[in-house]
Design a protein around this ligand. Sequence first.
Ligand code: IMP
Length: 459
Amino acid sequence: MNIIIVGTQFGDEGKGKFIDLLAKKADYIARYQGGANAGHTVVIGKNEFIFHLIPSGILHKRKKCVIGNGLVVDPETLLEEIKNLRKRGIDVKGRLFISENAHVVMPYHKLLDRVKELRRKGKKIGTTGRGIGPCYTDKVARTGIRVADLIDERAFKEKLRKNLDEKNRLLKKIYHQKGFSYKRVLAEYSSYGRKIKKYVTNTSLLINQAIDKGKSILFEGAQGTFLDIDWGTYPYVTSSHPVVGGALTGLGVGPTKIDRVIGVAKAYTTRVGGGPLPTELPKRLGERVREKGREYGATTGRPRRCGWIDLVLLRSAIQINGLDSLILTKLDVLDELKEIKICTHYKYRGKRMDYFPNSLKVLSQCKPQYEVLKGWRESISEIKTYKKLPVNAKKYVERIKKVLGIKIALISVGPQRDQTIILDKSLYGPLAHQVEHRPFKAGVTGSSPVRPTINAAIV
Ligand code: IMP
């Protein structure tokens, strides 16, 4: 079965946990867009893994992982991730494949990301500083450096020269920065190229041939529908396509090969960075939910803003992505609340609005309309079956299902693999949560959020 997993909100929906879970039934796990701005967290016992580039499926022995052409790859972060995995007993050799068409995040992309943000003053996007926007800008401008160029010494020399000439001028004249040394960047990045060469291949061919042989592919999206460059709250978006279309172009696979498209939605809404969050909670309540849900960015450590579940967002996400079902995550975070609100629609100039507006101006005048449900006020994190959930928790889930008219496939009640309620058994069989790489080597029990660094030499 070939399944695409997409985020339905503003990212951080808990996709990492489910990619790891569903990877059990897949042969290949393939990421299709974004870059090291993503932070996919998987918790196994006392071990916590945060993945920025490598698909979370890598924790399963024998599974193959693909970094697709739709990504922008920071080779420094990638090699760091490979090294950290190796330290913990996980070898990626023969299991990691990187598209030759993916673009390379260069040091000037990371610097430009930061200085451009600084210039935005009051209207900051709140980017992760990982060079994502500037790298995609070069891709679309047809001037970018692809992975295939990075591993080809001659091509790299030539492309780097052209790019650096232009970028150094921009950095110096417009942003009053020092710029980068050609020699030092060439040396550093050529060395990265030599190290990643063994993973580089035509990943579209690899995946399509695997599909022809009856293998199962799990397509892993990063970020969420409303951070999509076209469908998000532009300009407060990322520069790629987290929506379903991104999975097809970002891996070179046709829609007829896809069996299911499943959306991941948090039982409430969060957002990190700038931009509108219509159902944002008042300060105190927001902080309570943030603490309970550990709502801090896995990539930057920034606190996430929290809001009630917004069915207008989800209705649009279901439509844009053609979702067949939803995975509802972090339901346990709402355990202690006396009342829980569901935003069923917006009111705009006195009229009902069911779908998310494209215009931020219109959105700013929309008033979320809520239904208020009673909380369940008990811990659900040890509950394994839907039947055993408290009545009010079931009412909450049923209401969401009914208003949206969609099936709920899985419900997460905690970060661990076995804190999952399975409603759709075709997705994930009996709960045999074996860790195939056991034991993980002792030592680091979590990769802490990494602040963006610019390592290449600045002259
Ligand atoms: P960029 O992707 O670093 O350019 O950031 C653009 C916007 O997307 C910012 O608001 C970020 O906070 C947000 N963003 C990027 N990646 C993620 C993610 O993985 N989760 C949540 N928000 C993200």
